[in-house]
Write a protein that binds this ligand. Structure first.
Ligand code: GH3
Ligand code: MG
Ligand code: MG
Length: 344
């Protein structure tokens, strides 16, 4: 004889889940704050006895109930910042009627939509159609079966729960995208803008300078004899020097200036609203600060060479400006390092 497996529903359940009083599958025995929010239900019904019955049933099933005795009161409650997302509305009430409340709700739904059950003694098929077309999620005719109503309210809870899970995942996805986007633009060692971010910001700054006819200058920086630091004191010492230089640069510029790691031991600063003379002053201040700041793990201060160039609005391309500032930097190197040279 074929052996049949007779497993009860309880045995089939995953071990870490349980059925709550609302008949819902929920992870673990404790509800999260979000799930507790979802257990809040608004009942709007002008018939006192029907209202009382609904309220006592829902409380018995584990929900937290708010009651409104007419449509206007229901709408006022639904306009409060913290209000139930599960809504049971009588069709005909003084003030705004059930279907009209649903229509209003649907017009202003946010990421967590309401689940609305319309409940009424109107039994015609057209009433169901009207309620659903107005935006209701479900329709229950009076007198209702308690089991059926419990199951239908539980569906509402489940749908709202799914919306909440989805919203949570979307928020996490947005945060992850933001983090990835930030990392893609940041130099890992120094936290400065990387080359990609520099390119974007540089182009934007050049456009602004052209459009508004405001000055823009570049300062290009290359640490002197940096290879020796690595060779003599190790790569870790070299990394720490780079981090120290980045911190000094950030300390010395304005918030709106763009400081980027151009590559290796080279940095570049975009100074919008800054003419060549002011850029020279800044470069000279930085040069002097580097010279006077003891480097970590290295027994001497690290110096740097600087090229400075002011953007020629009328005629210059981005590449031409970069070439000029680079040439100035090379001149600083060839003239003995630890100096600021202005581009021709
Ligand atoms: P100069 O004064 O002519 O600029 O000489 P330099 O030694 O600074 O220039 P060179 O181009 O010969 O060497 C640059 C060195 O920078 C070599 C490379 O190993 C080092 N470097 C580049 N990136 C990093 C980094 O991320 N960490 C460390 N520790 N060193 C780096
Ligand atoms: Mg270099
Ligand atoms: Mg160098």
């Amino acid at each position: 004889m074929k052996k049949t497996q007779n497993i009860s529903a309880a045995e089939q359940r995953p071990p870490d889940e349980k059925i709550t009083v609302a008949g819902q599958w929920l992870p673990t025995s404790e509800k999260t704050p979000g799930e507790r929010t979802l257990m809040k239900v608004l009942i709007a019904d002008d018939d006192p006895s029907s209202c009382l019955l609904l309220e006592s049933l829902l409380i018995k099933w584990g929900y937290e109930v708010t009651v409104a005795h007419d449509g206007d009161e229901a709408w006022r409650i639904l306009c409060l910042t913290e209000h139930p997302l599960l809504v049971i509305l009588d069709w005909m009430m003084p003030g705004i009627e059930g279907p009209a409340i649903v229509s209003r709700l649907r017009e202003r739904e946010g990421p967590l939509p309401h689940y609305v059950i319309i409940i009424t003694s109107k039994e015609k098929e057209s009433a169901t159609v009207h309620a659903l077309n107005a935006g209701a999620d479900d329709f229950v005719a009076k007198p209702f079966s308690q089991c059926e109503l419990q199951a239908r309210v539980a569906v509402g809870f489940r749908v709202n729960h799914l919306h909440m899970v989805l919203m949570d995942k979307m928020q996490k996805l947005e945060q992850a995208t933001e983090t990835i986007s930030r990392l893609a633009r940041t130099d890992e060692l120094t936290g400065l803008h990387n080359r990609r971010s520099f390119n974007e910001n540089f182009s934007l700054a050049i456009s602004t300078a052209r459009r508004h006819n405001v000055p823009l200058s570049l300062v290009s920086i290359d640490l002197d004899h940096f290879k020796r630091v690595n060779d003599d004191y190790g790569h870790r010492a070299g990394d720490q020097v780079l981090q120290m230089c980045a911190s000094l640069l950030l300390e010395m510029v304005r918030e709106e200036d763009i400081v980027a790691r151009w590559g290796g031991e080279e940095f570049i600063i975009v100074l919008l609203y800054t003419d060549g003379d002011s850029a020279i002053t800044l470069a000279e201040r930085v040069r002097s600060r580097f010279e006077q700041t003891p480097a970590p793990l290295v027994p001497y201060a690290i110096t740097a060479s600087f090229g400075v160039a002011q953007f020629k609005q009328e005629c210059e391309t981005e590449d031409a400006l970069l070439r000029r500032v680079d040439d100035a930097l090379y001149s600083a190197k060839s003239q003995g390092r630890n100096r600021v040279i202005v581009a021709m």
